[in-house]
Design a protein around this ligand. Structure first.
Ligand code: ADP
Length: 510
């Protein structure tokens, strides 16, 4: 695609805990990479600063060099720290590696070090690096609670040193990740924690009587940023109307925006995707059938012709393949996912769940389901993280299921659509901004999937049953929808411009 270059070019540095594909846990990693790449292709200068996690996928980094050896502060000590520079997916990345135990371990999150202290250290180490190297971007873009202390450190410490030019933009990807922090913990990055213990600053509004001992890095970061973005227009409304951040966000209304995340149209492109056994696109959809067959065979699912289908009917039924690719946490509607497995079997379809659980009980529950179903012909529950498999599953799927209880934006439905999987989603947050029900007369031109509103099993059945009926009884219309969703542009090419506008509106103009 030919991308138009912007005329007013800026230098943007993202400071983030995740980046796809080398350190991705969820959507945050995708968003940072996709947005950075889109801004680069519009002519801006963009860098990403990331902890040099021990588990980072180093084979995907090219031209890695040690840039700077410097000291950064933690809890009364100056820690020798290395800054490396490398290229990942065409994006320059600066890796911060402290010489202590922070960021060691086999996973991005959940190592044996103190996570809060490690990200406080990282937030300061990024500013310290800018200070010692004289790097002054127009915009520092922080994400989530992990980098929420950076705006505080910037305005209360580094602007009194030599950093003057940067302005701070903060994105809230999920307001349920609070960044709980006690005053004395915040003090470990060199700030005086007690200064932030007021409701107009960083006191965690969820605490009884606004306990001054309990702070939220997410909230502090919002208060101290020049602009705050959340990841969809509907989630913006939801966060203003209810929830623990509402009063802070209402006070910040003039600098608070909702911009739908995009997907990376280059990494996620079924016409060139190296993970797929056959490529396809809207005009040449044939490869999608090959992908479905390949996945069915690979996972030992019954191929289409041999599935019995509905017991009461004697003619063989068409067998839709549903995929659900997600972190297995309460937010994602766990009871609806387990119900969908049962309902899909009843309807004579096939379903593959690809997910990871961080909670032991959830892991046990899904292991139980996997043991029950994985030998059978129609259900696979794969409890692992696999980028490669996720590409293949979206490509193979007839439907993508996203039954979230709440969903700030959601990428799975957009990725599914790009690969021709019709979305079946709960109407909340970004799902409500991207999926429009086929039977909704008011939105006929946008119609692209099946939605439901309740959080009960009956509501899910209503959407799933209709999707099955369409798939089986109206094949021409179904194929039309598949073609239509593959053409929808949910990419950053479409939305990065809105971020650029916000960057431009807050940058320091000389
Ligand atoms: P969240 O950020 O809440 O995890 P999103 O829908 O915004 O949810 O983004 C999830 C991203 O992570 C998608 O790209 C999805 O394909 C991917 N993903 C989730 N679980 C897995 C898994 N087990 N294996 C591979 N990819 C996964």
């Amino acid at each position: 695609v030919d991308i138009k270059k912007d005329s007013d070019l800026m230098h943007i540095i993202h400071v983030t805990a995740e980046m796809a594909p080398i350190a991705k846990v969820g959507g945050l990693g995708d968003v940072v990479t996709g947005l950075a790449r889109a801004c680069l292709s519009r002519g801006h200068s963009v860098e990403i600063m990331l902890p040099f996690y021990e588990c980072i996928q180093k084979q995907q980094i090219t031209d890695l060099v040690l840039l700077t050896n410097y000291n950064s502060y933690h809890d009364g000590n100056w820690i020798p720290t290395n800054a490396y520079r490398g290229i990942v997916s065409d994006i320059p990345v600066i890796f911060i590696e402290p010489s202590n135990h922070f960021f060691k371990g086999r996973q991005v999150y959940g190592g044996s070090y103190n996570e809060l202290e490690a990200y406080l250290f990282f937030s300061r180490a990024c500013l310290e690096w800018m200070q010692v190297t004289g790097t002054q971007p127009d915009i520092i873009h922080v994400h989530e609670w992990q980098t929420g202390a950076l705006p505080l450190l910037y305005w209360d410490m580094y602007t009194h040193l030599s950093l003057k030019k940067p302005r701070i933009v903060s994105t809230i990807h999920n307001m349920e990740h609070y960044g709980e922090c006690r005053q004395e913990q915040l003090s470990k990055c060199g700030l005086d924690g007690s200064i932030y213990a007021t409701t107009d600053k960083a006191v965690d509004d969820r605490t009884i009587g606004h306990n001054p001992e309990r702070l939220s890095l997410l909230k502090g970061g919002i208060v101290y940023s020049n602009a705050v973005v959340t990841v969809s227009p509907t989630y913006l409304k939801e966060t203003l109307n209810s929830g623990w951040l509402a009063s802070t966000l209402i006070r910040s209304r003039d600098k608070y925006f909702g911009i739908l995340n995009g997907i990376d149209a280059y990494m996620w492109n079924p016409a060139i995707d190296v993970f797929l056994p056959a490529k396809f696109h809207a005009e040449r959809p044939k490869g999608k059938k090959i992908c479905k067959y390949y996945v069915q065979r690979g996972l030992g699912l019954a191929p289409e012709s041999t599935v019995a289908g509905h017991q009461v009917l004697d003619k063989p039924q068409k067998v839709p393949l549903i995929v659900c690719i997600t972190r297995l946490v309460a937010q994602k509607g766990l009871h609806l996912i387990t119900h969908a497995i049962k309902r899909t079997e009843e309807l004579g379809g096939q379903i593959v769940v690809l997910g990871t659980a961080s909670d032991g009980r959830v892991q046990n529950e899904f292991e139980g389901l996997a043991n029950l179903h994985n030998q059978g012909p129609n259900v696979r529950i794969l409890l692992m993280y696999s980028e490669e498999l996720s590409h293949m599953l979206y490509a193979a799927a007839d439907m993508v299921l996203v039954p979230s209880i709440y969903e700030p934006c959601g990428l799975a439905q957009m990725l599914g659509m790009r690969y021709g999987a019709v979305p079946v989603v709960r109407k909340t947050g970004g799902l409500a901004d991207t999926v429009f029900d086929i039977d909704d007369q008011a939105n006929r031109d946008k119609a692209n999937g099946f939605t439901f509103e309740g959080i009960d099993e009956g509501s899910l059945n209503w959407a799933l049953d209709r999707a099955f009926a369409y798939y089986r009884e109206k094949p021409d219309e179904w194929n039309g929808i598949v073609q239509k969703i593959m053409k929808i542009d949910n990419s950053w090419n479409n939305t990065a411009g809105k971020y650029i506008e916000i960057y431009g509106s807050v940058r320091l103009k000389c």
